[in-house]
Design a protein around this ligand. Structure first.
Ligand SMILES: Cc1cc2nc3c(=O)[nH]c(=O)nc-3n(C[C@H](O)[C@H](O)[C@H](O)COP(=O)(O)OP(=O)(O)OC[C@H]3O[C@@H](n4cnc5c(N)ncnc54)[C@H](O)[C@@H]3O)c2cc1C
Length: 406
């Protein structure tokens, strides 16, 4: 009998198997390995972090929470504020005076998270796809992996789905993470060089239904003449063209920035900007990150949220493994903790998104005249939405929208 070669270092069983080495999966794996448990991470891509599907912006606080000080080589650019433009061109400027965020190289950042997981003792595998789940009396008890043309079974006491927006294994575990079209933004992006930016330390956001229906266009600098230039637009009514077509038109209309620019990379991806899951666990199974739609619904940032979900999940999984109870009810503590810390806030932000997406450009301009830049920051963080409701009540045709914010 010919023995099929196994992936180097693969064991038959682990305490935890993590599906996907994106930010959520690697962060979760690291913290579980830190506690001395055995963890395998399976990533189907040949290179972790590549190709990127991200504008690569993240807050300094989030990096600090993960133990980074901002001097790591994944940092492409420090960010000390932003410019935001209403449809009529009204400019909002926020200058924090010191770096509050950065634009990272996802191809390096995701690897750093995977390095950290490996250093803590997790075993990370690339080019291995999880194609099915093992079940024992209805409980998830491991995964089926595909390595080249061969398949192997790997047992696990808990399986974590950190598969990103695809989330197929979560569905196989019985968690319905199919999302409504309205809750999924289409993203399209170029990394461009030789652009002319007035300030390379700030992010740029451009709003308007004509340029980006129910979304926005962004420029996230990665140096003084390099930037991610992208668009996220909402699914559903009002969208007449593809995301790329909207973005191309806008770039053509801004020769002052792009006349001499070149495209260095092109990428696209879906962003789950809503549809939070009440129950993210099953017997022996937890879903985190984009696979559980834990993205900020107003700006589409998911690295901070995904890694935080990974941290909370790691804590609960370790506790459950120590107590030798990985039933749905025991793992449900993850639902409780995550909803308390993140979910309620994200739900408020989702309502804000539902309000903004129903506004015409004229309504958005009206709003821009009533708001300060601090209001915009508060609203995007799910704070002080009562103020927004009060402003909406001043315009008869927006009164109905104010009720969404209740
Ligand atoms: C255009 C665009 C711009 C964005 N901009 C930003 C931004 O500026 N800032 C920000 O914070 N967020 C941004 N996001 C969102 C951000 O990219 C995601 O929220 C984040 O990557 C989610 O992390 P994750 O670990 O949950 O999933 P992912 O990063 O998607 O990782 C999932 C991993 O699982 C792997 N995988 C999937 N299925 C399997 C399987 N069956 N077996 C093995 N491996 C599997 C995938 O290959 C992938 O590597 C943007 C998204 C898009 C599309």
């Amino acid at each position: 009998m010919i023995e099929i070669p196994r992936p180097v270092g693969l064991k038959n069983a682990y305490d935890v198997v993590v599906i996907g080495a994106g930010p959520a999966g690697s962060r979760c794996a690291k913290l579980i390995a830190d506690r001395g448990l055995s963890v395998a991470v399976f990533e189907k891509r040949a290179e972790i972090g590549s190709p990127k599907r991200c504008a690569e912006g993240i807050g300094v606080k989030a990096l600090q929470r993960m133990g980074y000080n901002g001097n790591e080589r994944f940092v492409a650019q420090y960010i000390d504020g932003f410019y935001l433009y209403a449809p009529n061109g009204k400019e909002f400027v926020m200058d924090y005076g010191s770096p509050q965020g950065c634009v990272v190289e996802r191809k390096v950042f995701d690897k750093f998270l995977a390095y950290d997981a490996a250093k803590a003792g997790a075993k990370v595998f690339t080019k291995i796809e999880v194609v099915d789940l093992l079940k024992d009396n209805g409980a998830i008890s491991g995964v089926v992996i595909k390595y080249g043309e061969d398949v192997f079974e790997v047992k696990a006491r808990v399986v974590v789905s950190a598969e990103g927006i695809e989330g197929k294994m979560a569905r196989k575990a019985g968690i319905d993470n199919t999302n409504k079209l309205i809750n999924v933004d289409s993203g399209y992006q170029y990394e461009m060089a030789n652009l002319k930016l007035k300030d390379a330390n700030k992010l740029y956001f451009y709003l308007g239904n004509e340029i980006a229906p129910r979304g926005y266009i962004w420029i996230f600098p990665k140096g003084d003449h390099v930037a991610n230039v992208g668009i996220g637009i909402g699914g559903g009514a009002g969208v007449k063209r593809k995301a790329k077509e909207y973005l191309d038109s806008w770039i053509e209309n801004h020769p002052e920035i792009f006349a001499d620019a070149s495209v260095i990379e092109e990428n696209a991806g879906g962003i789950p900007v809503g549809g939070l899951l009440k129950d993210m666990v099953r017997d022996g199974f937890v879903v985190i990150g984009d696979a559980a739609h834990t993205v900020n619904p107003i700006h589409g940032g998911g690295m901070d949220e995904g890694t935080r979900a990974g941290e909370i999940a790691a804590e609960v999984i370790c506790e459950c493994l120590n107590r030798e109870d990985v039933s749905h009810d025991a793992l449900a503590k993850f639902n409780e903790l995550w909803w308390k810390e993140r979910g309620e806030k994200l739900r408020r932000i989702e309502k804000l998104r539902q309000v903004i997406e129903r506004m015409s450009d004229d309504d958005l301009n009206f709003l821009a005249d009533e708001l300060t830049v601090q209001d915009i920051i508060d609203f995007a963080g799910g704070k002080n939405l009562r103020k927004l409701a009060k402003i909406l009540l001043r315009r008869p045709k927006l009164i109905k929208l104010a009720t969404i914010l209740r």
